[in-house]
Write a protein that binds this ligand. Structure first.
Ligand SMILES: Cc1cc2nc3c(=O)[nH]c(=O)nc-3n(C[C@H](O)[C@H](O)[C@H](O)COP(=O)(O)OP(=O)(O)OC[C@H]3O[C@@H](n4cnc5c(N)ncnc54)[C@H](O)[C@@H]3O)c2cc1C
Ligand code: FES
Length: 506
């Protein structure tokens, strides 16, 4: 499968071909139009269609070709930002509800797998949160009590079942899970079709027009889908101009996969308390046992040398796992971090009542996709939902003001790039197969030279809110440091919030 949101290919994309669907070529009418065929859009469409709604799913790539193909697919009831932090920011009741939604999400995925006999290597296994000895003792105690209070089963262990971490106290969480994400969502896409739903791929949405009695979803070919409701399941919502994007920030995360002998590394999901953190699991790709290690996160568009991030991850892994053999996989992806630790699922704050979103997944997008499908189906069907309020994208979390200001300041200073000197002064300085920023009068140009020497020139200003895009050497994409929009080397938009391509100057 072609990994569409960048050049690197994940272990999931390398080992499984997702089913193909046709593009939408004529106007259509439906109850709900779901934009985005990642795990969030597909689970939502599946639940809506099981509940009798007519659904149309559209995606501008293949199914799962966005961040879903780039996940490491830990299916965990444990909240990334810590239960004690969620309690501090939102209070104990909200933390309990958030934990309940996470547990329900894991169970929902297992139920789908069992009910429909989905062959996706789903397994239950233990999860271990590692704390460095001495440094993190206080955090461990706090997290232990907060997790139990929230209703999450956990135990303190004096050491983790990994050689390097045998003296690292850890929290063990039973009944976590893992799977092959593309095998799972492919089965979900077939269920949608069985339920009477429709899926169209290679269909880019360029506009969402909300009217009093309907929503019109307009594709770049001018085809119109008229729906009662739309769900923008595009990871970063394309329906929202700024109100949601100031409450979250886009980060890139890196993953490496090493051959290891079977049985030498104990089974489990592992993640640590470092900043940025590392996450670890195993997967057998049919030929080799693979140790998958992720981490090295940074704000999107704010790293000049992504290869260095892979090098750091390889070094980190080899120092801790001398068993790690050949590096067989490496890929990167984008995670959207909400400033207050909870996802944003519900009515788009900029909508009049017909456009819903699910975003702000952190590293928990698999479970978020599952509970978001429940929340969105309930909201669209007019049913009460116990979690809708805590995930409401319009919420204001006063306790998260400092994080809000920090991420907002980070975004604001990216506009300084409008004034800083460009990377190169002429196209002859650009190596074939790469890109760079050049001066164009008082503005800046993003210039890509393909491997045959053909030069593509664009305005370097992101069509969303005019930040200067950066060249991502590892994925060969243009990434926006402000709200995470991304573009192919040849300017085509990959990730929102931008809806349009980079403006061509050729
Ligand atoms: C490296 C990495 C590791 C991760 N590890 C984990 C983990 O272990 N556990 C976990 O729970 N989560 C993890 N996550 C997070 C999780 O994978 C994601 O949050 C989740 O897959 C996002 O799914 P999604 O459906 O919301 O978005 P996506 O999969 O990105 O789907 C959005 C879709 O929308 C489409 N789209 C966008 N714009 C348009 C448009 N204008 N028109 C038409 N279609 C459009 C895209 O093509 C895409 O297919 C990880 C993420 C990364 C990057
Ligand atoms: S994503 Fe907002 S300015 Fe680029």
């Amino acid at each position: 499968m072609n990994a569409e949101s960048g050049k690197s290919v994940s272990i999931w994309a390398a080992t499984f071909d997702v089913p193909q669907f046709k593009p939408l070529d004529s106007d259509a009418t439906t109850d709900v139009c779901v934009i985005g065929a990642g795990i969030t859009g597909l689970l939502t469409a599946c639940r809506l269609s099981s509940n009798g709604k007519k659904v149309i799913v559209v995606d501008d790539g293949t199914i799962g070709g966005g961040e879903t193909a780039r996940t490491t697919a830990h299916i965990s009831s444990v909240i990334d930002d810590r239960f004690y932090e969620i309690t501090r920011l939102h209070g104990e009741d909200t933390c309990r509800l958030a934990a309940e939604s996470q547990l329900t999400a894991v169970n929902m995925i297992e139920d789908l797998v069992n009910t429909h006999g989905i062959d996706c290597d789903f397994r239950r296994l233990n999860g271990y949160l590692l704390f460095r000895p001495e440094e993190d003792a206080d955090s461990l105690e706090k997290e232990y009590h907060a997790a139990l209070k929230a209703g999450i089963d956990t135990q303190i262990l004096p050491g983790a079942p990994l050689n390097f971490a045998s003296s690292y106290p850890c929290l063990m969480f039973p009944m976590q899970a893992e799977f092959h994400v593309l095998k799972f969502i492919s089965a979900i896409s077939r269920l949608i079709i069985l339920n009477g739903g429709k899926i169209y791929t290679n269909t880019h949405v360029k506009k969402i027009n909300e009217e009093d009695d309907s929503v019109k979803v307009i594709t770049s070919d001018g085809v119109i889908i008229t729906a009662n409701y739309a769900v923008a399941a595009t990871n970063s919502p394309i329906s929202d101009y700024w109100r949601v994007h100031v409450k979250q920030a886009a980060y890139r995360s890196y993953v490496t996969g090493f051959k290891v002998a079977k049985g030498v590394i104990p089974d489990g999901l592992f993640w640590d308390n470092e900043e940025p953190y590392h996450y670890i699991r195993l997967y057998n790709d049919g030929q080799d046992e693979i140790l998958i290690v992720g981490g090295e996160d940074h704000r999107t568009g704010q790293e000049e040398d992504p290869e260095k991030r892979y090098e750091n991850l390889v070094k980190w892994t080899r120092e801790r796992f001398p068993e790690a053999g050949e590096l067989k996989y490496k890929w990167s992806g984008q995670v959207i971090e909400p400033v207050d630790g909870l996802s944003l699922t519900g009515l788009d704050p900029e909508s009049k009542g017909r456009v819903y979103i699910a975003t702000g997944d952190s590293g928990m997008g698999i479970t978020h996709a599952a509970f978001s499908s429940i929340i969105l189906t309930d909201l669209i069907s007019g049913n009460e939902n116990p979690w809708a309020k805590i995930y409401d994208p319009s919420r204001v979390t006063l306790m998260a003001a400092s994080e809000f200001i920090k991420e907002g300041f980070n975004t604001a200073i990216q506009y300084v790039d409008l004034l800083t000197p460009p990377g190169v002064s002429g196209t002859d300085e650009i190596i074939p197969g790469s890109g760079a920023i050049m001066k164009m009068g008082s503005d800046k140009m993003a210039v890509y030279k393909d491997s045959n020497g053909k030069v593509y020139k664009f305005s370097a200003l992101c069509p969303h809110l005019k930040c200067v895009v950066e060249w991502n050497k590892a994925e060969k994409t243009w990434d926006c440091p402000c709200h995470g929009s991304r573009f192919e080397a040849t300017g085509k938009v990959i990730n929102g919030p931008a809806l349009a391509d980079l403006k061509s100057l050729n």
